[in-house]
Design a protein around this ligand. Sequence first.
Ligand code: ADP
Ligand code: K
Length: 446
Amino acid sequence: MLFNPEMERLSLPQLRVLQNERLKEQVQYVYQRVPFYRQKFDELGINPASFKGLEDLGKLGFTKKADFRDNYPFGLFAVPQTEVARLHCSSGTTGKATVVGYTADDLQVFAEVVARSLAAAGCQPGMKLQNAYGYGLFTGGLGIHYGAEKLGLTVIPVSGGSTDRQLQLLQDFQPEVLCATPSYAQVLAEELKRREIPLEAINLQYAVLGAEPWSEAIRGQVQQGLGVRATNIYGLSEIMGPGVSQEDAEERGTGSYIWEDHFYPEIVSQETGEPVAEGEYGVLVLTTLTKKAMPILRYWTGDITNLTYEHSHKRTHVKMGPIRGRADDMLIIRGVNFFPTQVEDIISSMEQVSPYYQVVASRRGSLDEVEVNVEIDEVLMRELGLEALTDEVVQQHDCLKTLKGAFAKKIKDNIGLSMKVTLLGFGQLPRSEGGKLSRVKDLRNL
Ligand code: ADP
Ligand code: K
């Protein structure tokens, strides 16, 4: 189902015309109202009156996270506070929290893009949605909430955490849809199994997962464990919140539609800031086209992904691939650049390891080292009659020694780095407590 077929299927030429008009307006609007942008344009010699739209976009420079910090809390707002209907903060995964504001119109757009996203995820009016995204300053909870209401769902606003209650509600209220971070959906799937609650006792059909990077291995685990189709929802507070892009439940694996009539995407090289060729990976840069309280031009998201403009799909809007990681998550180890999510790709390809892992970078003397801690599969644990794993236990089992060796070799072959692999028993690594889970530890600069 398409929530807004007219916009979602707008012909490409019409979409570009609309984007051009909106961008020109947005540029004039910020010039008049946001001193930060006025000063920036003056320095760059940009005259909003002669700004031509998309073809001139590259001239605007970037807006970065630091610009939010420098203008904390309300310096980037384009409207007086009396017109701000709501404030949110980013969760502060990287550094100090960022404040964002919305007018009543902005909140309508927010609900609209989330409604589109949920519809693409498979949700239909009349379904019940258990919202396990955190409510509060984080954009996730309320963002999903109002979009779900707009689409006509019954919202169960449980928020993140409280696993006992989540499981109870899944059984008592029989929601068809779950919204959560992927790491928390993993926890729910695992707990269901551990408590021997059969899938028949719940009624889930769809899971809409986002707010942190996740892999096909996690998708597999969640789909199987919860009996759902799981799709990706992406977003960020600086631009709006969740619902900037979304996978279609019937087109999984081909990327997430970016709602281009509101958010204009570019992919640029992390090193040079120049656009990369279509399909290549780089930093996602987003420009709001309709924001009123806090319009943001060319926001450097730091998220690494690619764009594909295929037009054989249900919608005309562009699709982005899964987020490979954040530009600032990229680890440079002995000169080799790698994203911890590359380890995930390898895990996905190995049956006997679970989707849980942790990457730890450290420094011994002047040498960088990476350690990968990965859990082995639950079934294998049971077959071997083991509760937990230690190095000693691994040495006593030939199959584990072989598995460890094979895993280390795959890493070396695919990433080009030797890493120390530690096999752990299922359940030995930390789980999400309801929010985002950090799978990477860089201890080198502590
Ligand atoms: P913070 O930057 O403090 O985490 P936000 O809560 O606004 O603040 O989070 C936005 C960021 O979360 C994005 O820039 C991206 O890195 C990550 N993110 C959100 N959704 C996804 C997703 N579906 N896949 C991967 N990463 C995501
Ligand atoms: K985040």
